[in-house]
Design a protein around this ligand. Structure first.
Ligand code: FAD
Length: 284
């Protein structure tokens, strides 16, 4: 089912993100976790993609396995920086052959510690180039990424929103946001995007903190600001208590988002169902 249809039906649309496991053996337990999540009738499951196509094979294996073993809608993440048109086309042809109908079209990150990096293909410089390419070559429905706290490379939020609007004009149907811990960033972002002409659904990304160690990692990966009060509570808590604090926080965040009209939420699972299931039971 295409994104437009998924988000024009029953709300809220709850969806989940998983990443391809390192080994083939680890995919069976992941399928079991996804089976548990079926309880929430997910609108879709999204499968991440390794930067620069490093785990393209693993993403493909997982997508194929989910198609064959679970009756769930899928959205395949796909990054384009450093990829050739042929390798992108081959990925798109494989997934459409299995019946996958949606992609999250991303530029991807530049390789670290390589300031002079020049992408191999001049075709793909920004995510909008991949949106146009997928539109021209497939019938896929296309989502793009949005950054309520601004993409780290953007000079300003206004500039970043301009580029978001360009991705929608290039043919994207929906926006999935970077995670955030203060909903006000999302509400302001939606307002600015609407003012810039973005009418597509903007789906908030919700992360469940389950231990203190994650905080440093999250800050590094997403640059999301962690509210001081939440950080202090987590720092004082023991392991089990920290998990409960994180789950309660995500549940309150999700409830508030839905009450303020978010079309649904995309929950990061880290390939485990239990914490997000607790969040959903508390929030819905
Ligand atoms: C929901 C979500 C899922 C993600 N999943 C993955 C994943 O599976 N694998 C992975 O490797 N990464 C993933 N990422 C990370 C993403 O690849 C990085 O954030 C990357 O740095 C930017 O990708 P983008 O698609 O936002 O790029 P773009 O939309 O191209 O934007 C990148 C930067 O360039 C600017 N820009 C865009 N277009 C133009 C233009 N025409 N001219 C000038 N400036 C421009 C933007 O303002 C922004 O600052 C994900 C991010 C999100 C939010």
């Amino acid at each position: 089912m295409h994104l437009k249809k998924i988000y024009s039906g029953r709300r809220p649309v709850i969806s989940f993100e998983v990443f391809p496991p390192q080994t083939d053996e680890a995919s069976a337990p992941l399928i079991a976790e996804l089976r548990k999540l079926k309880e929430f009738a997910p609108g879709l499951i999204s499968v991440t993609y390794g930067a620069g196509g490093t785990t393209q094979g693993r993403s493909l294996k997982l997508l194929e396995k989910i198609v064959k073993e679970l009756n769930l809608e899928l959205m395949a993440h796909l990054t384009c920086i450093g990829s050739s048109e042929n390798s992108i086309l081959s990925f798109l042809q494989k997934i459409t052959g299995w019946g996958v109908q949606n992609i999250l079209a991303l530029r991807g990150d530049y390789p670290r510690n390589n300031p002079g990096y020049q992408p191999e293909s001049a075709v793909f410089q920004h995510a909008a180039d991949l949106v146009r390419f997928a539109r021209q070559n497939t019938e896929l429905s296309i989502a793009v990424a949005g950054f309520p706290e601004k993409h780290p490379e953007a000079a300003s939020l206004a500039e970043d929103i301009k580029q978001l609007a360009a991705k929608i004009r290039a043919g994207a149907d929906a926006v999935f946001t970077q995670l955030f811990f203060d909903n006000q960033y999302y509400y302001d972002y939606v307002k600015l995007a609407r003012a810039a002409g973005v009418a597509a659904p903007i789906i908030p990304g919700v992360w469940t903190i389950t231990n203190l160690k994650q905080i440093k990692k999250i800050a590094e990966l997403s640059r999301a600001k962690i509210p001081g009060e939440l950080r202090q509570k987590l720092e004082k808590a023991g392991e089990q208590e920290a998990r409960e604090i994180g789950i309660d926080y995500a549940a309150a965040q999700l409830r508030d988002l839905l009450q303020h009209g978010a079309p649904g939420a995309h929950l990061y699972t880290l390939n485990k169902a239990d914490a997000v299931m607790e969040v959903l039971r508390k929030a819905l």
